[in-house]
Design a protein around this ligand. Structure first.
Ligand code: ARG
Length: 585
């Protein structure tokens, strides 16, 4: 048998089953062979308990076209299958199911070589080749702090980028920073009143944040401040030189700060074109809307009525002629289509913005852009810390930078106790601290509202980043201890994997499907949970079986190859959810 993935196994299996159906039921009117094969493949299931086999073929739907009872069909299709297909070990009929057990030979000769070949790219494919996806994510608002509310968009967005790249798409990551808007008017007023140039140079974004918080505090008692802020922003929009210079400066300070956090996360963007970039791109779209007659005036403002679609109207221009958030998004989408000719455009934001996206997506459609259906909003739930309500204006926001620093410091303390002589301590503490936060966050399906708990995130036991990263380091340490033995070429003999080995292999083979499922649902948590299953299966094997010093050289060679394959799988899956995998922890 040559190297072979689960996908290839399923393809061959269904080819066989389609052929068997035709041969055993000659009088049935079957769909075209490829069609039948595709239907069969889509219907395959994994039995909940491995004692029932590894793959189940449900025969209920076939019953109609084959005009037989499902158990009879299962019996016929399963007849002699293990003799004919080397990757099947045995077949059992259970009700209307044909339950198949995958052979040790498939794991030894097919799967293991396939993983060892793919290395840390295991799980990838090229189904997306030739297609382009743009992802709009992270996108913090300049002058406001980069806080825990941005964790979701940042790590979900980046995981989706990595997942799509792994299956061959060209992906453009866009940080659509909020670098335009009335907050700049507020900042300019605050800076003029209470700001200090050298303090701002020194303290950077912290100073900006203090000014921002102070503005809101004082504006509560002095509403004239808001009028002043509006006037300063108007001046900025009209190109006032001094205000433009301040704007640029505030923007730079903020970006510099964001970049520190992105570096920690290993994130780089392909584009930083923020809201300000679209200032001169909006008039063309507003004109188009006007000409199409879609826009109507209401109390001075211009809007697109969406009553027919059961949504409130989409605001395009305020009564003073200034543009709004949807106006900019419309212009940006057109620009991105013209620039990247995307096949798909994703927008990762909190679920609080769902209506906004539904509205302007609809406007794009009404404008006649035939790519409107390529726009997808990927929403996520809220995050709270210790149950407290967080607010930028109150100044009690948990900053991402501080959250990560706290995690790194705590992990460093744990490592100092567990493994004081480790040479890469700083690197390990950073990777595990940051990884713990991400993993904890990406464990839940994205739409769920979650409460962040640092202690849970940092635990080295249970479903945590540190646990899975530690398991990876364990595979690395076994391989390094085995030295030359581990480097020896893997040669499949005829060793029959034991229960722990089969259980691990059964997990490892799933990564390509998990990647596909994560992309299908825009759901990185599929990978987070999977990585935990792999780590658990590996640790069970490790605790029950001798890897180095196994009963024979052949078995040892097999187990070391399996350890290597588990390491690749862990590295690949953790990498897809933005986690690093230090060799030593
Ligand atoms: N800056 C916005 C915010 O922090 C998110 C932008 C999302 N992207 C977009 N194209 N609207 O709420």
């Amino acid at each position: 048998m040559n190297k072979m993935t689960l996908e290839a196994l399923k393809t061959e299996l269904c080819e066989y089953l389609a052929g068997a159906a035709a041969a055993y039921f000659p009088s049935a009117v079957l769909p075209a062979k490829e069609e039948l094969e595709a239907q069969l493949k889509a219907s395959l299931e994994y039995p909940p308990d491995p004692s029932m086999g590894d793959i189940a073929v449900p025969c209920f739907k076939l019953s109609k076209i084959l005009r037989s009872a499902p158990p009879a069909i299962a019996a016929k299709l399963g007849e002699g299958i293990a003799e004919k297909l080397p990757f099947i070990e045995k077949a059992e009929i259970a009700g209307g199911y044909l339950n198949l057990t995958i052979s040790g030979r498939f794991y030894r000769e097919g799967l293991l070589p396939a993983i060892l070949d793919a290395k840390e790219k295991w799980g990838g494919s090229d189904v997306g080749r030739g297609k382009t996806v743009v992802i709009d994510y992270s996108s913090p608002n300049v002058c406001k702090p980069f806080h825990i509310g941005h964790l979701g968009t940042t790590v979900i967005g980046h995981s989706l980028k990595l997942l799509l790249e792994a299956v061959g798409y060209k992906v453009i990551g866009i940080n659509y920073i909020g670098d335009w808007g009335t907050q700049f008017g507020k900042m300019i007023v605050a800076f003029d009143k209470w700001g200090d140039r050298s303090a701002t140079e020194k303290r950077g974004v912290d100073e900006l944040l203090d000014l921002y918080v102070r503005f809101h505090r004082e504006a509560e008692n002095d509403p004239s401040l808001d009028d002043m802020a509006r006037a300063e922003f108007r001046k900025l929009e009209n190109g006032d030189e001094r205000n433009l210079e301040l704007w640029k400066w505030f923007r730079e300070i903020s970006i510099e700060e964001y970049k520190k956090t992105y570096k920690l996360l290993g994130i780089e963007f392909d584009s930083w074109k923020g809201e300000s970039f679209y200032t001169d791109k909006m008039p063309r779209q507003v004109e188009k809307l006007r000409e199409s007659g879609l826009m109507k005036q209401d109390k001075g403002a211009w809007l697109v009525d969406l009553e027919d679609y059961k949504m409130p109207p989409c605001l395009i221009l305020k009564s003073d002629g200034s543009t709004l958030y949807p106006t900019r998004d419309i212009a940006a989408a057109v620009y991105r289509k013209e620039t990247y000719d995307f096949d798909l455009a994703l927008y990762v934001t909190s679920a609080g913005q769902s209506l906004h996206f539904a509205q302007w997506f609809k406007v794009i459609e009404l404008m006649g852009y035939d790519w409107a259906d390529k726009l997808v909003h990927v929403p996520y739930g809220t995050i709270s810390v210790g149950g407290a309500k967080l607010s930028t204006r109150e100044g009690n926001m948990v900053l991402l930078r501080e959250l990560f620093a706290d995690a790194i410091e705590k992990v460093d303390g744990i490592i100092a106790e567990k493994n004081p002589d480790i040479e890469n301590r700083e690197e390990a503490a950073e990777a595990v601290g940051v990884g713990a936060v991400i993993y904890h966050y990406l464990w839940n399906s994205r739409i769920k509202d979650i409460s962040f708990n640092m202690e849970d995130a940092l635990s080295f036991d249970g479903a945590t980043g540190p646990y899975v990263q530690y398991t990876y380091a364990r595979t690395a340490s076994i391989l390094s201890k085995a030295g030359e033995l581990a480097d020896a070429q893997y040669s499949p003999g005829d060793y029959q994997p034991n229960e722990y080995e089969s259980a691990l292999l059964r997990q490892l083979m799933l990564l390509p499907e998990k990647v596909a499922a994560a992309i299908e649902g825009y759901e990185p948590s599929v990978i987070t949970r999977y990585s935990y299953d792999v780590a658990t299966a590996f640790n069970r094997l490790y605790q029950s079986t001798r890897i180095i010093g196994a009963e024979s050289e052949e078995v040892q060679n097999f187990r070391l190859a399996l350890t290597r394959a588990a390491g690749y799988t862990l590295k690949s899956s953790l990498g897809l959810i933005c986690l690093k995998t230090p060799e030593k922890i």
